[in-house]
Design a protein around this ligand. Structure first.
Ligand code: FAD
Length: 310
């Protein structure tokens, strides 16, 4: 069995595997797709100390760094169930879709999250070519340009406020007849001169010139008319979904489905830790996921040296 088994091979999982392996303990990583969300990212300009890199390049570097150590990498493996240790100090099991069962004294869950997409024509085609999901990451690329934010919940309204300070103009489009964000955020939003708020608007299509986004169409859900907005960027803010469907009923999850962790990355189950976008830790970013992954591995090591194996 493993001493530390990491599930998920994004920035959090890679950091956890390296920190665990550096303690000289038996470490494994099982991931559906090693690299995680980073594989879907183009320019990365906030990975501190690296002015500019690209997602696939960073993903390859993550894998190479893990391979510097004696880590058992199981790529293209989907975890389907977590079985807690039957007795304190016993082995935790992770069942894979291929029928295999992995056993370990500690487990670090780092299965990340996925952005909910609008599923309209043009969205996938212009992803990273004007269609963006992360204002902290891609906001500065649209300096002085016109953008839309899709979604009027807290994340959409926060994104609109954030972007309004960088870009020329923000159009916020909410599907419902009213915004759902906290009142204090809505007040701030309405005080900004370069923001237009559209409610009852259903985005129907992303337009582009073949190379980049040029606008979007939305349907006015009250009158039924189709309207077009010319712009250079679209930030989709309709939800970040944690990859925890397979954990329901085992570890404690927040109402949004994120794994609840304490300051050490400990979950509700002894010996099970979690890190990165899959947890309740706020701000979903690469540097944060790496820090949390490292922390979870140190916590797992601390747990191992204090626990007598059953
Ligand atoms: P993830 O990267 O989501 O990795 C999760 C891992 O778990 C993957 O290996 C996945 O295959 C695996 N997995 C999932 N479910 C299972 C399962 N059941 N069994 C086994 N394995 C599983 N952040 C920045 O800091 N800067 C940026 O510029 C930036 N740009 C971004 C651009 C885009 C388009 C996107 C989508 C995100 C961007 N982010 C950026 C956010 C950043 O990518 C994430 O915060 C970060 O990747 C989170 O790391 P993670 O390891 O927690 O999860």
């Amino acid at each position: 069995p493993f001493e530390v088994l990491v599930i998920g091979g994004g920035p959090a999982g890679a950091a956890a595997a390296i920190y665990a392996a550096r303690k000289g303990i038996r470490t494994g990583v099982a991931a559906e797709r090693f690299g995680g969300q980073v594989l879907d990212t183009m320019a990365i300009e906030n990975f501190i100390s690296v002015s500019h890199t690209e997602g696939p390049k960073l993903a390859a570097a993550l894998e190479q760094h893990v391979k510097d150590y004696d880590v058992d990498i199981m790529n293209l493996q989907l975890a389907e169930a977590l079985v807690p240790a039957p007795v304190p100090g016993g082995l935790i099991e992770v069942k894979l879709a291929n029928g295999a069962t992995l056993k370990s004294r500690t487990v670090i869950l780092s299965t990340g999250a996925r952005w909910r997409s609008m599923n309209v024509p043009g969205e996938a085609e212009y992803r990273n070519k004007g269609v963006a999901y992360c204002p902290h990451c891609d906001g500065p690329l649209f300096k002085g340009k016109r953008v839309a934010v899709i979604g009027g919940g807290n994340s959409g309204v926060e994104a609109a406020i954030d972007l309004a300070g960088l870009v020329a103009h923000v159009t916020l489009i909410e599907f419902d007849s009213q915004l759902r964000a906290d009142a204090v955020l809505q007040r701030k939003l309405h005080s900004l001169p370069n923001v237009t708020v559209i409610t009852s608007g259903q985005t129907t299509e992303v337009h582009g010139d073949g190379a980049k986004v040029t606008g979007l169409s939305y349907k006015d859900r009250v009158g039924g008319e189709l309207r077009q907005v010319d712009l250079e960027g679209i930030f989709v803010q309709i939800g970040l979904v944690p990859n925890t469907e397979w954990l329901k009923g085992t570890v404690a999850l927040s109402p949004r489905g994120e794994i609840e962790v304490d300051a050490r990355g400990q979950t509700s189950l002894p010996g099970v830790f979690a890190a990165g976008d899959v947890t309740t830790v706020p701000y979903k970013q690469i540097v944060i996921a790496m820090g949390e992954g490292s922390k979870a591995a140190l916590s797992a090591f601390d747990h191992l040296i204090r626990t007598v194996p059953a």
